[in-house]
Design a protein around this ligand. Structure first.
Ligand SMILES: Cc1cc2nc3c(=O)[nH]c(=O)nc-3n(C[C@H](O)[C@H](O)[C@H](O)COP(=O)(O)O)c2cc1C
Length: 312
């Protein structure tokens, strides 16, 4: 493969700051929704020249390699989709050896998303990823069961705090906690994460959903259930972002069905400092840049001051 020119020096200089990291703007991607390595192969240098996001969040990696769930993995809903991908990835060693060098070529800061099946596993991931110079921030995907307790880490404030306390000493880099909407009180989880040392929270991850095979009545997805995303969840995400933002001082990264600059502005009006675009990138790979442009054109009066949208 030919050497990719490193366009980083000027492009990394930004006007927007997230957890002390300088970005050129506030629009990120949702983890797992934009394959930058495949996109680089498809679009070549054009991807680097017009990269759609102001920071890139990797898909979630785990300590050991994972195959992911059996197919089918996607179900389209009237306003979004249910995915049951199951976090296929090369594992920590494979990621560091193969994916990280490619992601380091992107012209924006890199956020690596990690998930551990327990606190020790999470700590190993944070330590190993956090020491790499190519990585600017880490995102902790806590939407998974802790095999030590059987509880979903991010569904419970105490579990979340214990996880943060365990991993915080492993890195000085900013830690973003990705909250699950499948929690009774996401605001309480966010407050627990903040008290235990999180630098930011991001939300929402997907909502648990299910689709049935039209003929057999059996679950359509290989993983039986999946995660609902896209416009269908935007109103829920907006409410949760507002609830969380009222409980914490650290930055909130809002996502869930954002498909336009107006939607992004709504999330910022609800208290988000930055936003992420997920499902919309499947429809339009350049959505992140379009949304950033539309957001800038709205010339927001302030963090909580934008005018709410009407309709879609
Ligand atoms: C196909 C797919 C894969 C995803 N993979 C991950 C992942 O690896 N890690 C993670 O934290 N979130 C993952 N997500 C959740 C998204 O990052 C995002 O939180 C969610 O989809 C809501 O945003 P959206 O409605 O804009 O898509 C995934 C979502 C989709 C649709």
């Amino acid at each position: 493969m030919p050497a990719i020119p490193d366009p980083t020096p000027s492009a990394r200089q930004g006007t927007f700051e997230l957890c002390g990291v300088s970005l050129r703007g506030p629009v990120l991607n949702g983890s797992g929704t934009f394959d930058a390595i495949a996109a680089r192969r498809a679009f070549g240098d054009a991807l680097l020249e017009r990269f759609p996001f102001d920071a890139f969040v990797s898909k979630t990696i785990t300590l050991e390699p994972r195959q992911g769930n059996a197919p089918p993995r996607l179900w389209e809903t009237p306003a979004g989709m249910i995915n049951s991908i199951g976090l296929p990835n090369k594992g920590l060693d494979g990621f560091l050896a193969t994916d990280l060098p490619e992601l380091a070529q992107l012209p924006v800061p890199l956020v690596v998303s990690v998930m551990g099946l327990g606190r020790d596993e999470l700590a190993r991931l944070v330590g190993a990823v956090g020491e790499r110079d190519e990585v600017s921030m880490l995102e902790l995907n806590v939407s998974c069961p802790n095999v030590e307790t059987g509880l979903i880490m991010g569904a419970d404030p105490a579990e979340t705090a214990l996880a943060l306390e365990r991993v915080r000493p492993e890195t000085a880099k900013p830690l973003i906690v990705k909250l699950t909407p499948n929690a009774t009180d996401p605001g309480a989880v966010a407050a627990a994460a903040e008290s235990a040392g999180a630098d930011a929270v991001s939300l929402v991850n997907t909502l648990k959903g299910m689709a049935l095979h039209p003929e057999t009545g059996e679950p359509w997805l290989g993983g039986r259930t999946g995660g609902l995303s896209g416009p269908a969840i935007r109103a829920i995400a907006l409410e949760q972002v507002a609830a969380v933002a009222s409980r914490v001082e650290i930055p909130v990264i809002g996502m869930g069905g954002i498909a336009s600059g107006r939607h992004a502005a709504d999330f910022m009006a609800a208290g988000a400092s930055a936003v992420a675009v997920g499902t919309e990138s499947f429809r339009d790979p350049a959505a992140g840049r379009r949304i950033a442009t539309e957001l800038a054109e709205l010339s927001l009066p302030g963090r909580r001051g934008a005018t709410p949208s009407r309709g879609v």
